[in-house]
Design a protein. Structure first.
Length: 384
């Protein structure tokens, strides 16, 4: 969730925003459509100090197979966008069964023109967006705000339901591998070489196990149709899981504008048994990501993670990262694979806005430790 500018919408002290001036009285908020994308792109550049290609918003807002994003723009008296907000829909399985009614929403681009920050404009925009989501039958909206914007959402009445943290595994005992752990402290960075050597030995054992099991790895250009059936079977063990079918996965990874994702499919005797997705390492940092995975059998998860790490090393990675809900199955799997946790303070909260309180999706959303949740379930196209 990109929410850097939202933090300045409200005074951290909790003081009320200033009374509206004449310019604010001319503001109008519109529900956006395709014709508003240029204005949203312009606001994005002013809010975040960098431009993004038009293709990114088209992909994110208009092409998602779970439905079009819900996005709003507040315009000033000259029609220029000054505050924006988006929520992307996600179809969800509850214990392996498709949730009835509307999709789950996930907050996305939260942005305010620097000249208009601190006036409480986003607070009204949030209310408008949640009202529209409720009207459309979206049972709930979740988000992963950063540490500066999180207090604003909490003050607006969003519930804090859990935490997410990013784990790191040094893969190569070089300067970039050590730098990847520096955020956890100098001692952690100093031990990165030893962690990388342990990881290399573990990958060797996992590669041998992969061969012994007769598992073949293929780089995918499209996800097989069987993936939806595997998702439904695996989903029975989890209270909450974003639906992963071939159409969604192709859109999410293989048709994403950045072109940074690679999907590895696993086969036994020609039968597809699952996949893992990685994000290629950045050239400067050497950090790649294990973004998502889904395997028919839990016992194959370690070899799939090992294959992902081998692929990243072959592509020049010095370290790998992956995020997990604190206390979840995925966090346990990452730690078993040698990934190292960050400092306890380096966590994001998970927030929830329940729209239809009696809907079973809301109860499931309040227990993120029981979710099937990876980095692939975040709204961000790429990770940094």
């Amino acid at each position: 969730m990109r929410g850097m500018s939202a933090a300045s919408e409200s005074d951290p002290s909790g003081a009320a925003p200033p009374a509206p001036d004449a310019g604010e009285q001319q503001l109008r908020t519109v529900l956006c459509a395709v014709q508003d994308r240029d204005a949203q792109l312009d606001l994005f550049a002013r809010a975040f100090g960098r431009a993004v290609p038009a293709e990114l918003l088209t992909w994110r807002y208009d092409r998602g197979p779970h439905g079009a994003a819900l996005s709003f723009l507040t315009r000033d008296g000259d029609g220029r966008g000054i505050c924006g907000y988006a929520c992307s829909p996600r179809r969800v399985l509850l214990a392996g069964v498709a949730a009835e009614g509307g999709p789950l929403g996930q907050t996305g681009d939260v942005m305010t023109d620097p000249a208009w920050r601190g006036r409480g404009i986003f607070r009204g925009l949030d209310g408008r967006c949640m009202a529209e989501a409720t009207e459309r039958g979206w049972p709930a909206v979740i988000g992963l705000p950063n540490s500066t914007s999180a207090p604003l959402f909490v003050r607006m009445g969003w519930e804090t339901v859990g935490q997410v943290c990013t784990h790191t595994l040094p893969l190569v005992a070089d300067g970039r591998g050590r730098a990847a752990r520096l955020g956890a402290g100098r001692l952690a960075a100093w031990g990165a070489g030893r962690a990388a050597r342990r990881a290399a030995r573990a990958r060797g054992r996992l590669a041998a196990d992969l061969r012994a099991r007769g598992i073949e790895t293929r780089e995918l250009t499209a996800f097989p149709g069987q993936v939806g059936e595997i998702c439904a079977r695996v989903g029975r063990r989890f209270s909450f899981m974003v639906r992963r079918d071939a159409e969604f996965l192709d859109w999410r990874y293989l048709k994403a504008p950045s072109g940074l994702h690679r999907a590895l499919g696993f086969y036994v005797a020609g039968e597809f048994i699952g996949y893992v997705v990685v994000q290629l390492p950045a050239s400067q940092t050497g950090i790649g990501f294990v973004v998502d995975l889904l395997l028919q059998e839990d016992e194959c998860l370690p070899v799939a993670i090992g294959a992902a790490l081998d692929y990243l090393v072959a592509k020049g990675a010095s370290a790998a990262r992956a995020s997990a809900v604190v206390g979840s199955w995925w966090e346990q799997r990452l730690r078993a694979a040698g990934f190292l946790a960050p400092r306890p303070t380096d966590r994001k909260i998970i927030i929830l806005h329940p729209n239809l309180e009696d809907h079973p999706l809301v109860a499931a959303a309040r227990e993120p430790q029981r979710w099937y949740f990876t980095d692939g379930d975040r709204d961000d196209e790429v990770l940094a």
